[in-house]
Design a protein around this ligand. Structure first.
Ligand code: FMN
Length: 189
């Protein structure tokens, strides 16, 4: 059995984040041979070019954590029809120093949940543009638009809807297939 590690970034630092619950659900539903680990962003300072060359330890740790995993899932809320500032800040750290972008060639998938009818689709479009600029191979289908309803996910990531659980399982399977195309070591080639 092939072992793969997928890192996930939650684009919310809220203590009651529904996107964190979604991430926990993905963790629980990971296929055999695949482990999901969080890549935290809450300790990152605001990015500034003043400090990028003497990179603060949390930023170094963040970039190292992306280097260690076979792929990254970004689980994002939608704020003001875009991604939250905390996530953009993390992505700016990942982009730097120039020429050392952490997402270059890194298989990446996007998913997010909100109560709104378009379920973070606007935020995800902005995120796709950023990841394209980063040269990250990004999962195109299935698209991860998850409309939240009260109680859909428990705090520890149980999914109360069979339909949503089946969708998340299929989403993970598709992402693992993408990783195996781009990461020959993970595929055992
Ligand atoms: C500043 C702010 C802006 C928001 N903008 C949107 C939005 O554009 N679209 C949307 O569907 N929900 C929006 N929401 C509602 C969020 O989807 C909701 O707060 C959600 O719980 C945030 O995700 P989280 O719980 O994982 O932090 C916004 C919430 C905040 C606090």
């Amino acid at each position: 059995m092939t072992d793969r590690t997928i890192g996930y970034i939650v684009g919310s630092i809220s203590s009651t984040s529904i996107n964190r619950r979604l991430a926990k659900a993905l963790e629980r539903l990971a296929p055999e041979g695949t482990t999901l680990v969080e890549i935290p962003i809450a300790d990152l300072p605001f990015f500034s070019v003043d400090i990028e060359n003497d990179m603060p330890q949390p930023a170094r740790a963040f970039k190292d954590a992306i280097d260690r995993v076979d792929g990254v899932i970004i689980v994002t809320p939608e704020y003001s029809r875009s991604i939250p500032g905390v996530l953009k800040n993390a992505l700016d750290w990942a982009a730097r120093p120039y020429g050392q972008g952490s997402f270059d060639g890194k298989p990446t998938a996007i998913i997010g949940t909100s109560g709104g009818g378009i379920a973070t689709a606007a935020a995800q479009q902005h995120l796709k543009a950023i990841l394209s600029h980063f040269n990250a191979p990004t999962l195109g289908q299935p698209e991860g638009y998850v409309q939240s309803t009260p109680g859909l996910f428990t705090d520890n990531g149980e999914v109360t809807s069979d339909e949503t659980a089946a969708f998340l399982t299929a989403y993970l399977k598709a992402f693992v297939a993408l990783i195996d195309r781009y990461v020959p070591v993970a595929a055992g080639v």
